[in-house]
Design a protein around this ligand. Sequence first.
Ligand code: AMP
Length: 277
Amino acid sequence: MKIIEKIDDMIRLRSQLAEPVGFVPTMGYFHEGHLSLVRQARAENPLVAVSIFVNPTQFGPQEDFSSYPRDPQRDLDLLEKEQVDIVFMPPVAEMYPPQFNSRVEVTKATERLEGASRPGHFRGVTTVCAKLFNIVQPTRVYFGQKDAQQAIVIKKMVLDLNMNLEIVTLPTVREPDGLAMSSRNTYLNPQERQAALVLYQALTLAQQLWSQGEKNAQTIRQQMTEVIQKQPLAKIDYVSIADAETLDELDTVKPPALVSLAVKIGSTRLIDNVVLE
Ligand code: AMP
């Protein structure tokens, strides 16, 4: 497994490789969600590259960039076991030198949900992904459905800017009790970890109501909200039922609809979603 920190070295290495490259961009601190993407990339491509980069430009000034969990040695050991070929882990100053002045921005789909709650977040995500795609020149890039809006926004960037690669979105990996795996789950104390189940409970309720024939989106949102509000440690940021492509909020559920939510458990902000098919 080659470990590369310099952009020039990564570009040079890639120029020597003719085979398709499957690429998994990450911020590290791996869990089974990340590893599911790596395994799929391994199964579908002769070469697999993974990036580990905690991207400062996608964090707001009051967010957790400096405290975001990091354990590069453990991450590298895990990637070695998955037979990854290349790990790209640039320092921040390598990706953003002082004279860095460019931004990539997708409009519209970035204005709602996570974009509305976290101004500038998606500009940071699209800018770093555009850089990573230029550097790694992947054939297929793997994202998790856990960050549904991110996958939608990246697909739009790839389409609009004619990037010659395929985006693959894979299902959310959950803990046995339903909590979506996330590096940020490590922030939760035992009481909060229990309370965090309310996200999955609300999403399961939405699925139940939908399968029982409920089509009124506001009724579903309301019932989800009531479940979450019963949990004293939870504070709702948003509960959304939106068109799975445009992210327009729905009055009447029309599949595929993205049911997504952001809830603070104590001081930890968690997101999760399901799709009503
Ligand atoms: P991150 O390191 O949080 O930037 O995540 C890197 C990639 O892993 C993104 O495409 C995420 O959507 C994906 N991911 C994170 N959590 C999960 C999960 N629980 N299941 C599947 N994919 C995930």
